[in-house]
Unconditional design. Structure first.
Length: 571
């Protein structure tokens, strides 16, 4: 430093020197100011205004856990090109985005600072600007950008086989099926009428949105929220020409499998009753109608909670005549079409519940509101396991389930595989929270991808029976949380964030839902349904608080020493 000041003295005049000093002071002052903003913004966002005891319940960790990294979001398929036995082979794959390598540094102090800077900008906007920017600010919050373990090759559900893949690999212990054939195989498929000729290669750029979605599924989530492909996928579902529509078997109510020209598919659930109809109080949960707007809203709610465990769902106005009746190859389905006394096109299909002339799906005159969910990869490529929920209802008008009779029920669940290790129990609690918020009593089963064994997320499929009643809550849905008194730390912090006025869950949901095409017809959730979300969120937070007053190990620590609320600077 002496040398430097000597040089400054030697070469620069006294005037320049004072400018130099002034600039240094300004630089330091700006940094102090920045630090001050970071603290204030992060603290207001993380600590709810009402709870004074809550901050003490957040354990403070002192070290940054360096084993955590976040993974690249932009080009998931490039990770799947093939198994890479050594790191040196990495260089052979120029398709791996440079970004992926840069992301290795994520989770570091500088990264947290980066996020904090962005937050300051976002924080300045909140309150001033309406709607959308609050949602942006929410998703920019560190709680929605937590460092994740770096994904290994076997953390991806599927991978693309490339020409360089040695043939003998198949004879290894490697049992996995490769997702895409070799590039040279592309041309050999037979072509069905209307379907596009497949021109995909291992290059991500050539993949349609549905394929990118499949290739982006990982061990811990169904999609990466920041992946640009999600926007393309939702647009794709909303606009693609419908080439095929057949009834999908499995389950109890009517649903259709749609096919698109580039071989993508969607699961359609039609609107069967007026959108705002509250479920009849005398109907059992298992007799309740499925609602298309519940499927759409559940996707957004799950995403807002930071889970990312529901396949993307959008709303679409379907022409029952030209987009179903005229094109279907399903004769049993086409036979159920009729014209109602009012002159509307109706159909009812074949299924266990509500598939009759008395419960038809009717257009106005042929426009039918429906939810379209992106299809998961075919079961032959990515088999799934279905698990019976330990808190499954009895599905009987008279019998009670074991969990309804035994207050110590959770103790036995906690000792039973797979709930006795890993994240399975807290994953189930996450699902419980989602279900209580939307009042879904119909979660009898859940599914996982077989490939990932027990160390994986739970798919939250089938949400059609949520959002049935806004005037009433269903406390029994919270039984797993109440009985086990266990919750992921990150989940709890996000729930608290969503109860802060700036990020109120109902406001966030309203904003998310306005992005859906069907909002043009009518809001997907009425105001009473949105208000019910805030009320139920408060109930969940109260249940957790009661747990914390009675028990010690309520929080499942998943932040790995990273606490975005108490230590915004890492060190
Ligand atoms: N997006 C999806 N992609 C692929 N398969 C799906 C998707 N959503 C649901 N499924 C599968 O379709 C089956 C039936 O769907 P769903 O559970 O929604 O119908 P349902 O009629 O409500 O069933 P149930 O009466 O059993 O509740 C599910 O078991 C699930 O495995
Ligand atoms: Mn169902």
């Amino acid at each position: 430093e002496q040398r430097l000041s000597f040089m400054v003295k030697h070469y620069w005049g006294p005037a320049t020197r004072s400018i130099y000093l002034g600039l240094t002071c300004l630089f330091l002052a700006l940094h102090l100011l920045l630090a001050f903003f970071c603290l204030s913004v992060l603290q207001t966002a993380c600590i709810p205004p009402t709870s004074s005891s809550s901050s003490s319940s957040i354990p403070r960790a002192d070290t940054q856990n360096n084993q955590f990294f976040s993974h690249s979001s932009s080009a998931p398929a490039s990770w799947l090109l093939k198994k890479l036995p050594t790191s040196s082979q990495n260089e052979e794959h120029p398709t791996q985005p440079a970004e992926a390598k840069n992301h290795q540094a994520k989770g570091s102090v500088s990264d947290v600072m980066d996020k904090a800077k962005k937050l300051i900008d976002a924080g300045k906007q909140t309150g001033k600007v309406k709607g959308g920017s609050k949602l942006d600010a929410l998703f920019k919050h560190p709680l929605y950008n937590l460092p994740r373990p770096e994904l290994q090759d076997d953390d991806w559900l599927l991978r693309v086989r490339t020409n360089e893949d040695p043939q003998e690999k198949k004879s290894d212990n490697d049992q996995e099926e490769d997702y895409l054939p070799k590039d040279s195989d592309w041309d050999s498929g037979s072509h069905e009428e209307g379907y596009e000729k497949v021109t995909w290669t291992s290059d991500v750029e050539t993949h349609p949105p549905w394929l990118r979605f499949h290739l982006g599924i990982s061990r811990w989530e169904l999609y990466n929220r920041t992946d640009h492909n999600l926007v393309q996928l939702t647009e794709y579902l909303a606009t693609q020409r419908i080439l095929g529509a057949v009834q999908k078997t499995g389950g109890t109510q009517l649903k259709l499998l749609l096919s698109f020209p580039n071989h993508g598919q969607a699961l359609l659930k039609p609107m069967k009753q007026s959108r705002d109809a509250e479920t009849d109080v005398n109907l059992f949960y298992f007799s309740d109608f499925e609602r298309h707007n519940a499927e759409i809203s559940a996707f957004h709610l799950d995403r807002l909670l930071g889970f990312n465990r529901i396949p993307p769902v959008i709303g679409r106005l379907i022409n029952a005549t030209s987009e179903i009746k005229d094109i279907t190859t399903d004769h049993k389905l086409s036979k159920t079409f009729f014209k109602s006394p009012a002159g509307n096109v109706c159909f009812y299909g074949h299924c266990e519940y509500y598939c009759s002339t008395e419960h038809p799906v009717c257009g106005k005159p042929d426009g039918v509101e429906a939810s379209l969910a992106a299809m998961l990869p075919d079961l032959t490529l990515a088999p799934r396991r279905s698990w019976r929920s330990p808190w499954r209802r009895s599905y009987s008008r008279t019998k009670l389930a074991q969990w309804e009779k035994d207050p110590e029920y959770c103790n036995s669940v906690k000792q039973t595989a797979p709930y006795n290790q890993g994240t399975r129990l807290v994953d189930l609690i996450d699902m419980t929270i989602l279900d209580f918020l939307m009042s879904n009593m119909d979660r009898h089963h859940y599914e996982t991808f077989e490939k990932f064994g027990n160390d994986t997320f739970l798919l939250h499929l089938d949400n059609g029976r949520g959002f049935g009643r806004h005037s009433q809550d269903e406390p029994s849905i919270l039984a797993p949380l109440k009985q086990c008194c266990r919750i992921r730390h990150s989940t709890l912090l996000r729930l608290r964030l969503l109860s802060v006025p700036d990020f109120r869950l109902s406001d966030m949901m309203r904003d998310c839902l306005t992005q859906d095409p069907l909002t043009a017809v009518a809001p997907l959730l009425s105001e009473p349904h949105l208000a019910a979300l805030d009320r139920r969120l408060a109930t969940i937070l109260k249940v957790v608080q009661t747990c914390q007053e009675k028990h010690k190990d309520v929080l499942y620590e998943d932040l790995g020493g990273y606490d975005p609320c108490s230590r915004p600077y890492g060190k």
